[in-house]
Design a protein around this ligand. Structure first.
Ligand code: ADP
Ligand code: MG
Length: 757
């Protein structure tokens, strides 16, 4: 029987397979081979015992200095005590309460690899009943023949599988292995000097030298990047097979009319990107473009121009927003920018004018029906709504383009769902304000072209950011004084909290009470409730759910903070309102509209305000428990202020963030720069790869196995180029059965993942 990656381990290693399955969830040959050593030991340079971490599982190499068997005092029987020496003159004792079978092997001079938990007896470091193997065993009866020669691979220990047992089981597989289907085509391996797959596994698991395992690992990383890129390339080719409507520029159409109407000139960057968009739209190959630019850099105007180009060409465009609030805001902004151009067919409307339909879950049945009809009849050239709504319920007369706002997870499935609504493929433009490092763009959006708006429109004001730590009460007081000043000067203020809290929750922020009795505290369990909020909107960014994990001390809740601010002398006479995900959509919209009109001074909110919200007079933002938010998320949040004529101020408050030593440093980073790309890079370094990718991109697995997006840029670029060339040459991969097999496997994994929901 030929062995391949899918072969069940139990057919090769027998009983040991169950241990691996139970302890590590490993059940196939491929999974075992992909489980790489944690580190390597060099038997010629024994471990310095003095530095061993007490209480931890270790693997060490040393030489037996002495071995004595003695009668135990407290109990019957004998024990074996072996002194193992390192090269620095340190000793580690191995103790066995059943010496039988060990005495003959652990003799002075024997070189030993031992694994166990470091303990102490008196001042002597010990391993009790360690698992071990003798490297120069004259009897030849040692397990772990694989330990002879070269470096000693160290596998992480678990309860049932010691590093040595793991190595023994793996050794059976490596011996049985002759050949494996290799996802990397021979030509690619040759061009990049990569070993074949079986060799790569031997190099990482059984290296002679440091260089060996590096070479093996490099090849496994390359393969991971290559396979992802090949999948993206094939998806792109497949979707390109359905043509889109080619849109030619129309003279004196809606595009020209809007350009005339706009109260400003496009920046050079906007001009250039609009040129790219027009060029994309003029082809039958559907547009797949990612437009990134800081908050306020003018992406929405560009998207609107592109949508109008499609409408000029006789088609319709849909704009998908991640939340109802944003959909409503987009609708307002677009309608305002278009003015009479959005009143097609109405008295006083522009003669080529179109209509903009809005679809939200909170509309009345009649309103909804009217909007659905406008979309289906083609009367509405532009349809705005949330993803879910547009994907599920809307029929279009002729959908030519989809604009996706602020979306990290608009994958192949979503595009397929929308394509099903049209005979032609829609052009797709994804807008994001989160600057995406190149490696992430290539890995997540590898099938898209990228445009970046680097300059902000003139007149955009700088934002100053300060970190305020809760252990300085004077500063906290100063903060709320500052908020009041800001309002008196005509500004508006956002106060962002990590949770909503409960109406009758007695917990109030400590800064609220300065009188006798001191701060109010209570013992109730406060769960961060971002999920119950429906405020999970911003999860694509920053630390997602993890940002709201249980904290030790109470986190500020919107409802409590609002109560406290209404009582605090400094802020008591301000108009303070709340915005959070538990409010009905209608209510949210009302509050946002009132805030935008300047009828509210201070808006206490969760991250529902995170993306895209645009209020010109908002000058100040206070983020409470700022350490609970990710770097990119904070950057996003503060982009809400300083959007009008006055400079913005952002105060990041933290109660100290015990248990998260990096927290204050993260906040200082955010305060030190407004360069979103710089912050995105930092963010990437502090996040797990799974968070970056999202499940749908990584094919069901929650993350990358070998790649580090923060570090492997060159490798990813190289693998990208090689994979796209391979797929373009042979889209069906007839000549590359190994690659084909791997991609089919990923598809199956993803399908299974989606079914599980
Ligand atoms: P984004 O979508 O990238 O956050 P918007 O398109 O919403 O940015 O633009 C932010 C604000 O700047 C809007 O009020 C918009 O009208 C304005 N704006 C856009 N482009 C320009 C420009 N070239 N000059 C001046 N103001 C602009
Ligand atoms: Mg926007």
């Amino acid at each position: 029987m030929a062995i391949d990656q899918d072969t069940r381990l139990r057919t090769i290693v027998g009983a040991g397979a169950k241990k691996l399955e139970d302890a590590r969830g490993i059940s196939t040959v491929g999974e075992l081979l992909d489980f790489l050593p944690r580190t390597y030991l060099d038997p010629d340079r024994s471990t310095a015992f003095r530095e061993l971490p007490h209480g931890e599982d270790v693997v060490v190499v040393g030489t037996v200095v002495s071995a004595t068997t003695r009668q135990m005092r407290a109990r019957r029987g004998r024990m074996l005590v072996v002194d193992l020496g390192d090269e620095q003159g340190g000793t580690l004792q191995l103790t066995f309460f059943k010496p039988f079978g060990h005495e003959q092997r652990l003799v002075p001079g024997a070189k030993v690899v031992a694994s166990g938990q470091v303990g102490t007896y008196g001042r002597q470091l010990q391993l009790t009943h360690p698992d071990y193997a003798v490297l120069n065993d004259p009897s030849g009866k040692s397990s772990g023949g694989w330990l002879l020669g070269g470096l000693v691979p160290v596998y992480p220990a678990t309860a049932k599988v010691t590093p040595i047992v793991h190595g023994d089981l793996l050794d059976l597989v490596l011996h049985a292995l002759e050949d494996l289907p290799d996802p990397l085509p021979p030509a690619v391996r040759l061009a990049h000097g990569l070993p074949d797959l079986v060799d790569a596994y031997r190099l990482v698991h059984r290296p002679q030298t440091e260089a060996d395992h590096r070479k093996g690992r490099w090849r496994l990383k390359f393969q991971e990047a290559f396979v992802i890129q090949a999948a993206l390339a094939r998806a792109r080719l497949a979707s390109d097979a359905t043509p889109a409507r080619a849109v030619a520029p129309v003279e004196d159409g809606l595009v020209d009319a809007l350009l005339l109407r706009l109260p400003f000139d496009l920046t050079d960057g906007q001009h250039q990107i609009f040129g790219q968009l027009r060029s994309d739209l003029s082809h039958e190959t559907p547009m797949h473009r990612l437009l990134q630019g800081e908050v306020g850099s003018g992406k929405t105007v560009l998207a609107l121009l592109a949508m109008l180009a499609v409408v000029d060409g006789g088609g319709q465009a849909a704009l998908l927003a991640p939340t109802e609030v944003l959909a409503a805001q987009h609708h307002r902004a677009i309608t305002a920018m278009l003015g009479p151009l959005a009143e097609g067919g109405l008295l006083g409307g522009h003669e080529q004018g179109t209509r903009v339909a809005l679809l939200t879950g909170s509309q009345s049945a009649a309103e909804r029906r009217a909007n659905l009809l406008a979309a289906a009849s083609g009367e509405a050239g532009i349809v705005v709504g949330t993803h879910a709504l547009i994907q599920d319920t809307v029929q279009f007369a002729d959908l030519g383009m989809v604009v996706v706002d602020e979306q990290h997870r608009f994958g192949v499935e979503q595009r397929d769902a929308l394509r099903a609504k049209a005979s032609l493929a829609p052009h797709v433009l994804v807008m994001t304000a989160t600057p995406i490092p190149r490696t992430v763009a290539m890995t997540v959006y590898g099938d898209m072209s990228t445009s970046t708006l680097r300059e902000l429109p003139r007149g955009r004001q700088p934002i100053t950011t300060h970190v305020v730590t809760g252990d300085k009460p004077a500063w906290v007081e100063r903060t709320w004084g500052r908020v009041a000043e800001e309002v008196r000067g005509g500004g508006q203020v956002y106060v962002v909290c990590p949770r909503i809290g409960d109406e009758d929750d007695p917990f109030l922020p400590a800064w609220r009470t300065t009188g006798p009795g001191g701060p109010i505290h209570l013992s109730a369990d406060h769960h961060a409730d971002a999920d119950a909020d429906g405020d999970g909107d911003g999860h694509g960014h920053g630390h997602g759910e993890g940002a709201f994990g249980d904290g030790g001390s109470e986190l500020h809740g919107v409802l409590q903070v609002t109560r406290a601010l209404r009582e605090l002398p400094a802020t008591a006479d301000l108009r303070i309102e709340t915005l959070h995900g538990r409010l009905p959509a209608e209510e949210k919209d009302k509050v946002m509209t009132a805030f935008a009109r300047g009828e509210i001074d201070v808006l206490v909110a969760t991250t529902v305000i995170e993306v895209g919200v645009d209020v010109a007079d908002a000058t100040t933002m206070v983020v409470l428990d700022a350490d609970r938010f990710g770097i990119s998320q904070l950057h996003q949040l503060r982009g809400r202020v300083g959007r009008g004529g006055r400079p913005g101020l952002c105060l990041l408050m933290t109660q100290g963030a015990e248990g998260d030593p990096g927290a204050v440093e993260r906040l200082d980073h955010v305060a030190s720069t407004t360069d979103g790309f710089e912050l995105a890079r930092l963010d990437l370094e502090t996040r797990r790869e799974g968070d970056v990718l999202g499940a749908s991109q990584s094919g069901g697995r929650s993350g990358l196995r070998f790649l580090k997006l923060a570090r492997d840029e060159d490798l990813i670029v190289t693998a990208h180029d090689a994979a796209w060339a391979t797929v373009e040459k042979d889209p069906e991969l007839t000549a590359y059965p190994g690659l084909r097999r791997e991609l089919d496997r990923l598809d199956a994994e993803r399908a299974a993942f989606l079914e599980r929901g």
